[in-house]
Design a protein around this ligand. Structure first.
Ligand SMILES: O=C(O)C(=O)C[C@H](O)[C@H](O)CO
Ligand SMILES: [Mg+2]
Length: 402
């Protein structure tokens, strides 16, 4: 069996997605996601110019060997562009293998560990009252876990505050727009949101919050401590994690559970965090961290330290990643939660899929493969449109972490 051809499809049904389609000489094809928000064309080129030529003629069943070929063989390891390109190939190859076996992907990973996958949705508002209302909206839809973000008085466009109730799209301009940040103001305000949410909804729902890399370790420790009475499911990205040791300081001061990893590419980004038990949830995902082949390695390592998974699932990860993630979540023994930001109807139409949401859980389908396809004719109707994530600046103009 051989890889006969492969192509990259760039489409923008409301937002940009990069998709890889690998075709075999036996008529079976596989689909992979290669989207890198705001840097989409770099992965498209990496695949088209440097990966696809070497894939032609290879045996698509040799998933591990092809992974090693692309990782070790490039010499230049890691990084978001390389690892997303590898992830796209890996997803497509697992899709092909599962289709050939006539099985849903989770069966090949080791079979079902649970009936459904608990997901969390994004509730946000311009102020506390609006966020409380938004959380109520998710509660009414049946969610068991909800991430809550709120505008902060005095901060221009604080992170996570979207415009609609259901959809939030941070990459919103053809050049990065400028948002503001002020840690003091956020530290005064965020605990009040969770106090209000617990007063309104009680303690039966899981609540989550994303610090989006904005705090220093000391400030993050302070926030974690102030949030303790509200028993969060997790506090995410409380401080940047390039320096994994930074989490020691946070950990020493708070028992609020910590999650990190949506921007991680490999096991090396989280090795110290996991083996020193500095986090509770690892947010690495199929797309970000080199596909299923590498993500399952991270998850197995994390399981030794009772760290559970919490895959990134924002809208800039296409339905292909969501499908793969749900198969992974259905299998992985140390599952924690799955993020689920809904795609628009336009996006869903371009990527027909068989996963579904019901009463706070998501279910991958039983179709052979990962269950997500691409309608190429429809995709062609939506040409690429440059769109960038915002940047953040402090009041005095200093660049900060977005
Ligand atoms: O989903 C989250 O937790 C995020 O922080 C979303 C990110 O900002 C988004 O994926 C960036 O592309
Ligand atoms: Mg996040």
């Amino acid at each position: 069996m051989k890889i006969q051809s492969a192509k990259v499809i760039v489409t923008c049904p409301g937002r940009n997605f990069v998709t890889l389609k690998i075709e075999t000489d036996q008529g079976v094809y596989g689909i992979g996601d290669a989207t890198l928000n705001g840097r989409e064309l770099s992965v498209a080129s990496y695949l088209e110019d440097h990966v696809i030529p070497s894939l032609i003629g290879m045996d698509p069943r040799r998933i591990e060997d092809i992974w090693q070929y692309l990782y070790r063989g490039a010499y230049w390891r890691r990084g978001p562009v390389t690892m997303r390109a590898i992830a796209a190939v890996d997803m497509a190859l697992w899709d092909i293998k599962a289709k050939m076996a006539g099985m849903p992907l989770y069966q090949l990973l080791g079979g079902r560990s649970r009936d459904g996958v608990m997901v969390y949705g994004h509730a946000n508002g311009g102020d506390i009252a609006e966020t409380v209302e938004a959380v109520g909206f998710y509660v009414d839809m049946g969610y068991k876990a909800i991430r809550a973000q709120t505008g902060v008085p005095g901060i221009k466009d604080a992170y996570g505050v979207g415009r609609g109730k259901l959809y939030y799209e941070p990459a919103d301009a053809s050049l990065p727009s400028v948002t503001g940040w002020d840690t003091r103001k956020a530290l005064n305000h965020v605990p009040k949101l969770f106090e209000e949410l617990r007063k309104t909804f009680g303690f039966d729902y899981h609540l989550l919050h994303d610090g989006h890399h904005r705090y220093t370790p000391q400030e993050a420790a302070n926030l974690g401590k102030m949030l303790e009475p509200y028993q969060l499911f997790w506090l995410e990205d409380c401080t940047p994690a390039e320096n994994q040791e930074a989490f020691k300081l946070v950990r020493q001061h708070t028992v609020t559970p910590l999650a990190v990893g949506e921007i991680f590419n490999t096991i090396w980004d989280c090795k110290d965090l996991i083996q020193n038990q500095l986090i509770d949830y690892i947010r690495a995902t199929v797309l970000g961290a080199g596909g299923l082949t590498h993500l399952r390695r991270i998850a197995d390592f994390a399981s030794l330290y009772q760290v559970r998974t919490g895959c990134h699932g924002a809208t800039d990860l296409s339905p292909v990643t969501m499908g793969c993630a749900l198969h992974f979540d259905t299998w992985v023994p140390n599952f924690g939660i799955q993020e689920y930001m809904r795609h628009t109807a336009e996006t869903d139409a371009v990527f027909p899929h068989d996963y579904r949401f019901e009463a706070g859980l998501m279910y991958c389908g039983e179709a052979p493969g990962h269950g997500v396809d691409i309608d190429e004719a429809l995709a062609a109707r939506y040409p690429y449109k440059p769109a960038y994530l915002p940047v953040a600046r402090l009041e005095d103009g200093t660049m900060w972490n977005w």
